[in-house]
Structure formats: C-alpha cells, structure tokens
Design a protein around this ligand. Structure first.
Ligand code: GLA
Length: 396
C-alpha cells in the first residue's frame, strides 16, 4: 500500500490538485456479535488495517473517484448519479466498491452538507475484503471524514458513525448495526471500545500490554450485503415482536431476558428461538466480559469468548467448518486465552487473545494446523488496537 504522501502525490498527478488525506480503520470484535442492532452491547477494537481517502474539491459538479485497489475510476455528474444509483440498487443491482462512497455522499447531502460542487478522490485501503474486518465501514467513514473535511463541516463522531451506518442501510441496502462505523470513528490506540448501542455511550478499556490480538483469516469470504445477514435480522425481529406482545416494554432484545424465552419461546419457530437466545445470552456475556477485562482476568474473558463462539455456531448458526477448525486449533494452544468467530459470520476471521510471548508460536501452529486440516493457507495478523478515523497531516 502507498504511504499517505504517495497517495497525495498520485492524486496530484491524476487531478492536478493538492489533496488532503484522511484514514479510517477496520475493526475486530472481541465479543458481542449481532447484539448491536438489538440495542445491546459490543466490545470491538479498531485495527491496523485502514482505508485512506485523498480528496480535493471541484467546481464542475462531478464526482470523480479513483480506486487504487481496483484500478478503476468513476466519473459522474453528482446529483443525478446519486439518485440513479439509488434506484438501481433498489432494483437489486450488484453492489460495487463505489456504492459505499456514493452512499455517504447521498446521506451527507440529505443532511444539508454542500456536496453539489463535486469532489476528486483517490482511495486505497489494506483492510482485507470480505474477511469480516469491516472494509466497508472503513471506506464509508474515511469518505465521510474526507467530505466533511473538504467542506469544513464539523460533526460529532457519534453522528458521523450514524450517518455512515445510514449510508449502508438506506443506500447500499445492507441492514447492519452501528458497531463497525462507530468503532472506526471512535477507536483508540491500544484500547478496546465498549459500546452501549442504545445510548451510544462508550468507554475505552486498555488492552493489557502482555496480550496480543491475533486475527486468523479462514480465507472463506463473507459478505453482509448477501442474504444471510438480513435473514438473521428478520428472524430476530420476528422473535422480538412476539415477546413484545407479552411484555410491551421490550423495544429490542436488549430488554428481554432468558426467562422471557423460557416462558414464551415455545410460541416461536425453533430457528427464531435460537437466534433470540444467542442475542440475549451474548449481551450477558459482554457485560461479564467487560468486568473480567477490567479486573485483568483474561482467563475468564477467554472463557466467555469460547462460550460466545459456541452460541454463535449452534444458536445463531453463523459459523462454518473452516472457522470451527480454527477455533478448535486455537483452543489447543498454550497461551491462548480465548478464540471465536468475529464479525457478521459465515466465514471471515477468528479473533484470538494470546499471551504476547506466545504470539509467534501460536501463529506458526495455527498456520500449519489449518493448512493440514483444510489445504488452505490462512492469513494471520498480530494486530494492535489502533486509533479511529483522522486526517493525516503529510510531511510531519
Ligand atoms: C457486521 C455488521 C455489524 C454487526 C456484526 C455482527 O459486522 O456490520 O453491525 O451486526 O456484523 O455483530
């Protein structure tokens, strides 16, 4: 990947205009899966992988975007392009990388940010695609920061996260929660972020210096723009609606308990009951995990990660053979506190909490073991928790 200065130089060569460069990270979720859109709790961290957007303003009303990764360029008159693309996506056009950029502009325009004069952008990222590490949130948040920076608009980080989520929900059509965009905005170096997805209040928890977050990529592609994610959401909504008939104060599964399920779960189809059980127990696990983390009890934290994986696999049915192999392998390694599938599910990566002095040995054992079991070469990243989105000042 180019450095920010190189990206700015390429931008100048392409467009003849000096650029400002912004970056936004991907994320890994330590615990709390499919709880965000149920108003629940999550505990992700921003990671070292990021998307950069170099931007300059135009005055011909066009949106010109060059993707370095795809070596592709789009060039359209702004308002008509956004409206046309919105309609095409409603008629099930295939999602393109540029839709995440267009979606953010579409949402910002709706919120009164003056985008009509146009922008030139150069985009490059190293968040692995389809790996469940939020490459889409990184491109959305980097785009939003770039456009807000270029138009000198200041918005609170929480608001930027909400707008980026809306770009993905309402423009791209993926019904995701707020977690990824939120942590991409609010992440902090060497910290996990504990988010209450109802109030959007968050606290930072320092990652102990003697542990590493190791991410193992199964290389099985995952996509939230695909059907399974939205199907799970529909199942959750069905279960929530049923519980609400009995207890009207249940606005989201965050408000429901395991006892509610014991009492009324038999009225739900089996699959709906399981999905709800995953979410309700996962919220409890996140709260316990936060306490364990604060107390420095990594063994307990790891145990909760293990339980979260079993629930994600059996009740939410969102794991796959390759991911389960990675988790089982990890559980056998000395120095591994816990391992689980991270992100939306159906492939992607596992997240592993590993003693720092065992991280190297862990990585080797995982690489060999996974290759032997599946014939696939995994990618393994020893990642550090990194800062949220920001402007990169070149030459400093
Ligand atoms: C994806 C979504 C998030 C969240 C996770 C599952 O990453 O973008 O909003 O729902 O899946 O926890």
């Amino acid at each position: 990947m180019h450095t920010p200065a190189e990206l700015a130089a390429r931008h100048f060569e392409t467009y003849g205009a000096p650029a400002t460069v912004f970056a936004a990270p991907g994320r890994v979720n330590l615990i709390g899966e499919h709880t965000d859109y149920c108003d629940g709790f999550v505990m992700p961290a921003a990671i070292d992988f990021k998307t950069m957007v170099a931007i300059s303003t135009r005055n011909d009303g066009r949106l010109v975007v060059h993707s370095v990764n795809y070596d592709e360029r789009i060039d359209h008159p702004l308002p008509t392009f956004l409206d046309r693309r919105f309609q095409e996506l409603r008629s099930h056009a295939e999602t393109l990388w540029s839709d995440y950029v267009a979606g953010v502009l579409w949402v910002l325009r709706q919120h009164g940010i003056p985008v009509a004069d146009g922008f030139s952008m150069s985009i490059e990222g190293d968040v692995p695609l389809g790996a469940g590490l939020s490459s889409s949130a990184a491109i959305e948040v980097a785009t939003a920061f770039a456009v807000l920076g270029a138009t000198s608009f200041d918005l609170p980080l929480e608001r930027i996260a909400q707008l980026c989520r809306s770009a993905e929900n309402d423009f791209v059509g993926a019904n995701v929660g707020i977690m990824d965009q939120f942590v991409s905005c609010c992440g902090a170096q060497d910290h996990a972020v504990m988010i209450d997805c109802r109030s959007l209040q968050y606290t930072l928890a320092p990652i102990p210096p003697d542990v590493r977050i190791v991410i193992c990529n199964s290389m099985v592609k995952h996509s939230v723009a695909g059907g399974e994610y939205n199907t799970r959401r529909a199942e959750i909504e069905e279960g929530t609606a049923l519980l609400r008939r009995h207890r009207p104060e249940i606005k989201a599964l965050r408000d429901a308990t395991v006892d509610d399920l014991k009492q009324w779960g038999s009225e739900m189809p089996e699959n709906v009951l399981r999905r709800c059980r995953h979410v309700i127990t996962e919220d409890n696990r996140v709260l316990s995990a936060v306490e364990a983390f604060r107390a420095g009890d990594l063994a307990r934290f790891g145990q909760l990660m293990g339980e979260a994986h079993v629930s994600f696999r059996d009740d939410f049915e969102a794991s796959c053979k390759e991911i389960d192999i990675l988790v089982e392998l990890a559980n056998k390694q000395t120095g591994c506190f816990g391992a689980r599938l991270t992100g939306g599910g159906f492939g992607g990566c596992t997240v592993n909490l590993v003693a720092a002095d065992r991280a190297e040995a862990f990585t080797n054992a995982m690489r060999n073991g996974y290759r032997q079991a599946t014939g696939i070469d995994p990618e393994i990243y020893i990642s550090r928790a990194s800062a949220g989105a920001h402007q990169i000042v070149i030459g400093q």
